[in-house]
Design a protein around this ligand. Structure first.
Ligand code: GLN
Length: 312
């Protein structure tokens, strides 16, 4: 029955949290000074079903900045605003096999490899419609809030820290402008990108956001249609191939689920038609993915036979 299933999920999350809370490996990101202050012991796990039920374990209500986890959702907004064909004129859909801050562009087209690395995400941010940069960012913040099912805010200190130390992102953006893939104003686009990365969320929010993708674009808690169903298919496909940077292939092999990580240790993973997972733990492995979040998500996938290639 329903209660039985709920207890099973709640127990599994508690067990996975217990199993990996002492996995004290990896390092907290320091290249943005404000990120270096993150508490490495934090570990939150949350799961939201497409029915709207939410389960949590550990620090699921600790706020942290969304960072690269904003990328799939802003990609969704760019797709809603421009359609697939126009978006693909500016950014590719190929896994890069490189780190999140790779500077490589396609030599023939000038496009960044995909919307899940910084270069591609800066381009998708530039494709969001708005008459002014304020309006463009307001639409992004509203969209992230609609996915989460509550209004979200920016961490002003992280935003300033990102902007002050964002030379590599600036270099990538100017390179894309000269290559023709980034056609909007460079500094205005970067400012919006830095703000978008500095939006505060919790593991619980991430679970609802990813459950909205799992649910074909309808937020299962609020009932609001946030994006079109076909857009969720496009976003999940790119998450599956590119969401975990240069670990994307091995991630899909082991977890078998579309996912996206962020440099502050957040992770979203999606069981299409079933649930969204949101995890948070700051220490990162060598590829910039959260050690505890990766281990916990892979364990949950194993326990519930969630691998996409699992024979139904
Ligand atoms: N704001 C970060 C950056 O642009 C996001 C990177 C990430 O989460 N991997 O460097």
């Amino acid at each position: 029955g329903r209660t039985g299933a709920s207890e099973l999920i709640a127990d599994a999350l508690a067990a996975v949290h217990e199993a990996f809370r002492d996995l004290d490996e990896g390092t907290v990101a320091t290249y943005i000074p404000e990120l270096a202050t993150a508490d490495r012991s934090l570990f939150g796990v949350a799961l939201a079903g497409v029915t709207g039920s939410i389960y949590t374990a550990g620090d699921a209500d600790s706020p942290f900045t969304i960072q690269s986890l904003s990328k799939p959702f802003v990609f969704a907004l760019a797709l809603m605003d421009r359609g697939l064909a126009e978006v693909l004129e500016h950014v590719g859909a190929e896994p890069s096999g490189e780190g999140f801050n790779s500077i490589r562009l396609d030599p023939a087209t000038g496009r960044p490899p995909n919307p899940m690395v910084n270069a591609g995400a800066i381009v998708t941010t530039s494709l969001v419609r708005g008459d002014s940069e304020e309006e463009r960012f307001a639409r992004i913040l509203d969209l992230l809030g609609a996915f989460a099912g509550r209004p979200l805010d920016v961490d002003g200190r992280v935003y300033v820290s990102e902007s002050e130390t964002g030379d590599r992102n600036r270099a990538i953006a100017y390179l894309m402008h000269s290559a023709g893939s980034l056609t909007a104003d460079v500094e205005a686009t970067l400012d919006t990108y830095f703000r978008q990365c500095s939006v505060l969320v919790t593991a619980r929010d991430l679970a609802v956001m990813s459950a909205t993708l799992a649910n074909g674009g309808v937020n299962p808690v609020t009932g609001e249609r946030v994006v079109d169903e076909v857009v969720t298919e496009w976003v999940l496909a790119v998450m599956a191939t590119s969401g975990m940077y240069d670990y994307a292939g091995e991630w899909l092999l082991r977890a078998g689920l579309p996912a996206k990580s962020g440099v502050l240790g957040g992770l979203v993973s999606v069981g299409v038609g079933q649930f969204g997972l949101g995890l948070f733990s700051p220490p990162l492995d060598a590829r910039g993915n959260s050690v505890r979040s990766v281990a916990a998500a892979q364990e949950i996938s194993r326990q519930f036979d969630l691998h996409l290639m699992h024979r139904p």
